[in-house]
Write a protein of this length. Structure first.
Ligand SMILES: Cc1cc2nc3c(=O)[nH]c(=O)nc-3n(C[C@H](O)[C@H](O)[C@H](O)COP(=O)(O)O)c2cc1C
Length: 175
């Protein structure tokens, strides 16, 4: 039984595609690739024309302005409907940020036409350039965000990447 299952998984075509402006979501994508090994193909979103021919696609992106980064939103709207996808998301907010659940929901909603096989999120370091822009804002909420950059340093850390690898395994096992 287990051998049959393994054979079926080995025959699957799995894509891991991601948008990453400062490299944090890329780290999660690479951890997922490491876990899945050769059944998975890793590509940047900008090199991904669509999801045809794949049995499953892991699609990763950062939260930008309280929802999916624009290139990811557009990709999901154009290509995700009817496809089996697992999303992975990074964000600067800590897990206890009250608004985070709404932003994550915005990410899920962007893939609402898809069959969602899994959803993962973790913190990713806020770049100095983004923090500087936020600190210069007139909006105190945005300035507050910039002031919390130090809490994001080193993310995603080893623990987050380990959780990402478990997530990848669970998605495959759950198919
Ligand atoms: C323009 C911009 C807007 C952002 N907006 C948010 C946000 O609304 N909430 C949040 O938690 N993080 C926000 N971030 C932080 C990123 O989501 C976070 O640092 C992420 O891990 C970066 O991923 P990347 O390195 O793959 O680009 C924003 C970053 C940028 C550049």
């Amino acid at each position: 039984m287990a051998a049959l299952r393994k054979e079926r998984v080995m025959e699957m075509r799995v894509l891991i595609t991601f948008f990453s402006q400062t490299g944090k979501t890329r780290m999660v994508a690479e951890a997922i690739r490491e876990e899945l090994g050769e059944i998975a193909e890793l590509k940047e979103l900008s090199d991904t024309e669509g999801l045809e021919g794949y049995d499953l696609a892991f699609i990763g992106f950062p939260i930008m302005a309280f929802g999916p980064a624009q290139p990811a939103r557009e990709f999901l709207e154009r290509h995700a409907a009817g496809r089996k996808v697992a999303l992975f998301v990074t964000h600067a907010a800590p897990d206890d940020e009250p608004a985070l659940q709404d932003w994550l929901e915005n990410c899920r909603a962007a893939a609402s036409g898809a069959q969602l096989a899994g959803f993962f999120h973790c913190q990713g370091e806020l770049s100095q350039a983004v923090a500087d822009a936020l600190l210069a804002s007139d909006n105190p909420d945005l300035r507050g965000f910039g002031e919390r950059r130090s809490e994001t340093l080193g993310q995603p850390d080893e623990d987050a990447l380990r959780r990402a690898r478990s997530f990848a395994r669970e998605v495959i096992e759950g198919l």
